[in-house]
Design a protein around this ligand. Structure first.
Ligand code: B1M
Length: 216
């Protein structure tokens, strides 16, 4: 796939062109391109640009919404291929994942959930704006191994810390591994709040989850 096509993917997100984004995603699948490469080198680049322009006051909330719609349309086309490429057969572990309370960003979290699922994890995706108690209730209900907390807002990162504290207060800290991620989240933040795992992207999250299952 040519550099121009990756640029066109980025452009389709910048322009909020849903159909074009979906078409380019289908083209990537037809050409045997790894969906993650299409996402990282194409669509995410467009999303990054939109985020920067929003910060600069050059783009506005409706632009973010349209960009997100285009990105989701592309991912929807790529998802079956991501699942198909997942090689693991046995269930590696059970993951409860969601975006923390106060935060409605869902694209990154959904991508992480999809890849975990494609790689052999049983995934319960609780969606966005998820209260901490809901994470805990679901994790207890399904006897989860890993609880994944995503956040894109600096203002809601604190809910990741609160969740680790809530597990301790409930006396169940040792029952679950906590995996954290999201654009503002760093390895040092993860260490500071006592999370067990961290990743800056979706494929890293799969590696981190596998490590956690191996006791790492
Ligand atoms: Co919002 N938003 N947004 N937004 N938005 C950001 C995050 C922002 C950085 C934009 C900016 O100012 N430049 C900014 C946050 C600033 C901050 O906190 N410091 C921001 C803001 C301010 C807001 C609002 C407050 C705006 C407003 O209302 N005034 C509002 C928040 C509402 C709320 O949540 N309460 C808001 C709303 C929205 C939309 C609804 C319009 C839309 C989201 C639509 C949707 O998700 N359905 C939106 C979008 C699209 C963005 C940007 C542009 C793109 C986010 C995205 O989807 N990225 C974003 C700017 C940016 O990040 N560059 C921005 C693509 C996605 C694949 O990446 O989500 O980072 P990401 O996920 C990655 C990794 O982070 C990691 O893996 C993923 C795949 O590689 N990862 C994990 C994620 N979760 C993980 C979990 C893990 C491990 C890894 O383990 C469990």
């Amino acid at each position: 796939m040519s550099t121009e096509t990756f640029q066109a993917m980025a452009q389709s997100v910048m322009d909020g062109e849903k159909e074009e984004a979906a078409r380019l995603a289908r083209q990537a699948v037809a050409e045997g391109i790894d969906p993650l490469v299409a996402i990282d080198q194409g669509f995410v680049a467009g999303m990054r640009y939109v985020g920067e322009q929003y910060t600069l006051g050059e783009m506005f909330l409706p632009d973010l919404v349209l960009a997100a719609e285009a990105m989701k349309a592309a991912i929807a086309e790529l998802e079956p291929e991501m699942a198909r490429r997942g090689t693991a057969r046995q269930v590696l572990g059970t993951v409860v994942i969601g975006t923390v309370e106060g935060d409605i960003h869902d694209i990154g979290k959904t991508l992480v959930g999809t890849l975990l699922s494609a790689n052999g994890f049983k995934v319960y995706d609780l969606g966005v704006n998820v209260p901490l108690q809901t994470f805990l209730d679901k994790a207890l209900e399904v006897n989860a191994d890993i609880i994944g907390l995503s956040t894109l807002l600096t203002t809601t990162m604190i809910n990741q810390r609160k969740f680790v504290q809530a597990l301790e207060a409930a006396g169940v800290r040792s029952r679950f591994k906590v995996l954290v991620g999201g654009a503002p989240v760093t390895r040092s933040w993860a260490a500071e709040i006592g999370a067990d795992g961290y990743s800056e992207d979706a494929s890293g999250a799969v590696q981190a989850a596998i490590q956690l299952m191996q006791g790492g």
